[in-house]
Design a protein around this ligand. Sequence first.
Ligand code: IPE
Ligand code: IPE
Ligand code: MG
Length: 236
Amino acid sequence: MPEFPDIPRHVAIIMDGNGRWAKERGLPRREGHRAGAESVREITDTCIELGVEYLTLYAFSSENWNRPEAEVKALMALLDRFLAEKAKDLKRQNIRLLAIGQLDRLPEKTRKLLAKIMAETAGHTAMTLVLALSYGAREEIVGAARGLATEAAAGSLDPSAIDAGIFASRLQTAGIPDPDLLVRTSGEMRVSNFLLWQISYAEIVIVRKFWPDFRRNDFIEAVQEYQRRHRRFGAL
Ligand code: IPE
Ligand code: IPE
Ligand code: MG
């Protein structure tokens, strides 16, 4: 959008506060997740409108498996429904879908749906939507380290050749630029095991609203806040 010259290329969002949003209304937590899915649709559309190239959404963390089984089931069912409904829009809007996280822990139905949509949208160029599912940054980093150690032990990699670039190329986000802007809703000031490597120089914007209340204007305000920041990357 021309009125915004300095659009972050990659925005990552910790979508938090669905449960509290529902509690405030005397509703079950799953209703908060359902309302949160509406925000996902609106924010994806807004990213397309503004020209954001990559949107990464923290939808389910590796720690979220520790929630009560009923909530986990409700979240997986919602994810299935979101994917099935969103597939058409992704084609219409020319959006490529990617997923990061321990995807083998997801139900088979969800994995198949994801694989199908990722294959169908692989050539799309308007935006990349990255869903972090069963995602934990520590697990991702450990996985990269394990892969490098295995190659070094096998003699196919010289340990002294490992640098930050090689390490990043072994993360699940290989090929995706680091986030410029990290947004967390619900006012919590923590990163909860999200993209620990990749957010090294991201600008962090904490929004007090719960995720289901976070809509187009809130996203634009977060981008404007980002635009007021002076990124230095350690230099002057
Ligand atoms: C975010 O909302 C969605 C997920 C983590 C899956 P929460 O479910 O964490 O809602 P709160 O933070 O308990 O309000
Ligand atoms: C982070 O939110 C994970 C997602 C948004 C998917 P949580 O609600 O799980 O994180 P904590 O428990 O507040 O750190
Ligand atoms: Mg939460």
